[in-house]
Ligand binder design. Structure first.
Ligand SMILES: [Zn+2]
Length: 311
């Protein structure tokens, strides 16, 4: 049995809560999240122009102490622009691995708790990935500290299990994070939605990683035929190089890194922050390494979306 696959493994004493220890970062972390609800119109032609992106970061402050380092909550979240509206002629073809029905069974949560969606369709359903096709992801291993890839895959496995969404890992990529990333990159990935990119970055290449920010997530949604058709088709997660290098050195930090990844993946599949500090989707890292009831209910909800047949 691989106990490292259990949430919170190794986190017994490495992720304690120190509410109020860092008032400055706590205040910053609780800044309003102005997630806009409008979609932009793509420029003419084949390429989709990102108009509204959500950039969501989570920050965890690492402090070096006498007996090792502790993890304090703090940091900030910022949200930017977000989605593309494509015409049918601009869509990639329906992928060969898409199915007419769900790939994995729908998850039925047994308990309920606080959860929130980044965006909803007019019918109230969350904007989330299509459950009838695998959500592809690709890792850029350049600069990625040893052990990080395993944590990425573990976090993906958790999100897959609790959403009922299927994920497929694509070959390594050399793509780097770009806030204006194109959702279709024919030369790099073929005529399909680009995979979710997981890559290292630092504040020199991504200013939003400045300060204590550990990671930034950017889900990319498209609406092909009105707001009812909006869904998540790809996205990117940037992991802060310095934070990651320090975190993965010890088991407690690895557990925190897995938590950060699960939180960011939660954003990618459509979840927003909640006020309940026992949920991993809380807007401050409070040290809870297990999915809360609200996390589970939210993940099940974003995984229970409708299927699309247009691209
Ligand atoms: Zn967040």
């Amino acid at each position: 049995m691989d106990t490292s696959l259990q949430p919170g493994a190794g986190a017994a004493d490495g992720s304690r809560v120190y509410p109020g220890d860092d008032e400055r970062t706590r205040q910053a972390f609780h800044a309003p999240s102005p997630y806009p609800g409008t979609a932009a119109v793509a420029a003419p032609g084949r390429r989709a122009v990102p108009g509204r992106f959500a950039v969501i970061g989570v920050a965890v402050v690492l402090l070096l102490g006498g007996a090792g380092w502790r993890i304090l909550p703090g940091g900030q979240d910022t949200l930017l622009a977000g989605a593309s509206r494509l015409t049918p002629g601009e869509l990639p073809p329906v992928p060969a691995d898409a199915r007419a029905t769900r790939i994995r069974p729908e998850v039925v949560p047994l308990l309920t708790g606080e959860h929130a969606f980044l965006s909803t369709r007019p019918d109230g359903s969350p904007v989330s990935p299509d459950p009838c096709r695998p959500f592809h992801y690709a890792i850029n291993p350049v600069g990625m500290p040893q052990g990080t890839q395993v944590l990425v895959r573990e976090a993906i496995a958790f999100i897959s299990e609790y959403t009922g969404l299927a994920f497929v890992e694509d070959p390594f990529t050399d793509e780097t994070v770009d806030e204006l990333r194109e959702p279709v990159q024919v030369e790099r990935y073929g005529d399909r939605w680009a995979p979710l990119l997981v890559a290292m970055a630092d504040e020199a290449t991504l200013s939003r990683l400045a300060g204590a920010t550990a990671a930034v997530a950017q889900p990319h949604t498209v609406a092909t035929s009105g707001p009812d058709s909006e869904r998540v088709v790809t996205g990117q997660i940037a992991l802060d190089s310095a934070f990651t290098a320090q975190a993965v050195r010890a088991s407690a930090g690895q557990a925190t890194m897995r938590l950060v990844l699960m939180h960011e993946l939660g954003h990618i599949v459509g979840l927003d922050h909640v006020s309940d500090p026992t949920q991993i989707m809380h807007d401050t890292s409070t040290g809870y390494h297990y999915l809360g009831n609200g996390d589970r209910q939210g993940l099940a909800a974003v995984g229970a979306g409708r299927c699309f047949t247009d691209g």
